[in-house]
Ligand binder design. Structure first.
Ligand code: HEC
Length: 128
């Protein structure tokens, strides 16, 4: 009887950990990263990652109000992503409200975090 209980507990724990792992792997920025590395994304012929390795150069994109890609101005991150899809990946622009766009934007925004960590620590406002 005790053995059965232990086995049940083990099964439950295994289920729980894989559920957590699944959820983490499928966070929006993780899905965005998968798209970013996919050379067939949006019908294109190369991956975003081939020009922006590991998102390099996109660390400031999350805070930008205006972008300049291929001689044109884009007024949002979504437009910038689409500009690269069309001009760089040679794919087709995707709906700015689509899940794929949300995931891609989440990934680009997540690149900002690494930069924040390298900022010098703030000094206490007062005290000396
Ligand atoms: C052929 C190379 C190439 C590919 C492929 C490419 N990009 Fe770009 N991307 C550029 C260039 C060049 C710029 C403009 C110069 C710059 O600001 O770095 C740019 C700019 C951007 C910007 C604006 C950066 C900023 O801060 O102004 C974003 C966001 C971006 N790309 C996302 C993507 C995404 C998402 C993909 C995949 C769908 C992608 N790029 C694919 C070359 C590429």
């Amino acid at each position: 009887m005790k053995m059965v209980k232990i086995m049940m507990l083990c099964l439950m724990l295994t289920g729980l950990t894989s559920a957590v792992a699944f959820a983490m792997k499928h966070a929006p920025e993780e899905r965005g990263k998968t798209l970013f590395n996919d050379s067939k994304f949006a019908g294109g012929s190369k991956s975003c990652n081939s020009c922006h390795p590991d998102g390099k150069g996109l660390e400031k994109a999350a805070d930008k109000k205006e972008f300049k890609i291929a001689g044109k101005t884009q007024k949002s991150l979504e437009e910038a992503v689409n500009a690269c899809i069309v001009n760089a990946n040679k794919g087709k622009a995707i709906d700015a409200k689509s899940d794929q766009m949300k995931d891609m934007v989440a990934y680009v925004k997540s690149l900002k975090k690494g930069q924040a960590e390298t900022k010098p620590a703030k000094k206490p406002a007062s005290g000396y």
